[in-house]
Design a protein around this ligand. Structure first.
Ligand SMILES: [Zn+2]
Length: 148
């Protein structure tokens, strides 16, 4: 999906007119109709404002070009699992179980995170040892645990 398809879809689903979106975002109605014709896409700041207005991630607005993964526990992130900053903005880096109110929900080591995740994963229930090995390989590649 392209931005204009996602945008037009969400706008209609949420019952906004082009004018209302333009007012909310402080842009012209012409700008909004150019987005819907696929001629332009909004500036980054406007995308963020749209993300707040529609309550979806910027990644979703852009047609999900990136497969988001929580950079703390490795869980695949769809919008419903994204965490939020203290001001309500969606955080596209961490899941809602790892990040809360502008900081990490658990202050833990990588090994503690591995143990924390295992019971919540299907593989962890059927084969905890294999799951542990998998998580020990995955977590060091994530931003929270990467050593510079
Ligand atoms: Zn997480």
């Amino acid at each position: 999906m392209e931005f204009y398809e996602v945008f037009t879809d969400l706008r209609k689903k949420m019952g906004f007119s082009q004018n209302q979106v333009a007012d909310e975002l402080h842009v012209t109605r012409q700008a909004v109709s150019r987005w819907e014709r696929g001629e332009t896409i909004p500036e980054p700041e406007t995308l963020l404002a749209l993300s707040r207005l529609f309550d979806v991630s910027v990644n979703t607005l852009l047609g999900s070009p990136r497969a988001l993964v929580c950079q703390s526990c490795g869980m695949p992130l769809s919008d419903e699992f994204l965490s939020r900053e203290a001001d309500g903005t969606l955080n596209e880096k961490y899941c809602k179980w790892c990040w809360d109110d502008g900081r990490f929900a658990q202050d833990c080591t990588m090994e503690e995170m591995v143990e924390h995740c295992i019971p919540n994963m299907p593989l962890g229930q059927s084969d905890p040892e294999a799951c542990r090995a998998y998580m020990r390989g995955l977590l060091p590649t994530l931003e929270r645990w990467k050593t510079p």
